[in-house]
Design a protein around this ligand. Sequence first.
Ligand SMILES: [Fe+2]
Ligand SMILES: [Fe+2]
Length: 208
Amino acid sequence: MIAQINHNIFSAKISKIPTFFDNSSTGNTFLIISTLRPAQTKAEKMIKVNHAGENGAVNIYRAQRIVARFRSKSLVYQLEQNMEHELAHRKIFANYLVENGIRRCKSYFACGAGGYVLGFVTGIIGPGAVAATTYAVENVVLEHLEEQRAYLCNNDLAAHACVAQIIEDEKAHHDAAKDQLEENQLMTNILIQVVKFCTECVIRFGMR
Ligand SMILES: [Fe+2]
Ligand SMILES: [Fe+2]
C-alpha cells in the first residue's frame, strides 16, 4: 500500500530522469527511494547488487547501440536485443526490492554511468571490443549468478527464482559474444580484468 502511494507520487518524475538513469522500463521501481529500508540479509543484498549490476549492463548495451548506428550497423539489432533482456532482468530484481520494501543500492547510478562510459568507449573501438566487453561482463556475471543460485536455493526462494530466471539469457549473451571474439586476446584479457575489478568493487560495496 505504502509502496503504491510512493509509486503514484514519484512516477510523475520519471520522464525527467536523464536517459542513462532511466527507470521508466522498470515500472514501479521508482518506489526504491531513500525512505525504504536497507537490505539486511545476504540474499537481499545479493538482489540489490544484481539490480545495480543490471543497470550497468543496460547502459553498456544502450551506449554501444547508439555508437553502432554510426560505427557498425550490423551490431545494432543484437545490441538492441541484449539491452531488452537486461531491462527485463533489471525489472525482475527491482520487483523483488519493491515487494520487500528494500532500497536500491547506492551504487545504482554509478553502475549506470560506468556502464555507459564503458559501452561508449568500446563501441567506438569497434565490433571486436564490443564482443570482448560482452564476453567479459557475462563471464563475471555468470560466475556470480551460479554462486548466488547455490546459496539462495537454501535461503531465499523468491530471490532464487529471480536469479534462475536470468541465467539462460546471460549464457546466451556470453556464448554469442564468445563466437564473435577476434584474435586480439590482449584486449579481451584487459577487459575481463577491468570488468572483474569493477564488479568486485560493486559487490563488496553492496554486500557490506
Ligand atoms: Fe542481465
Ligand atoms: Fe547479459
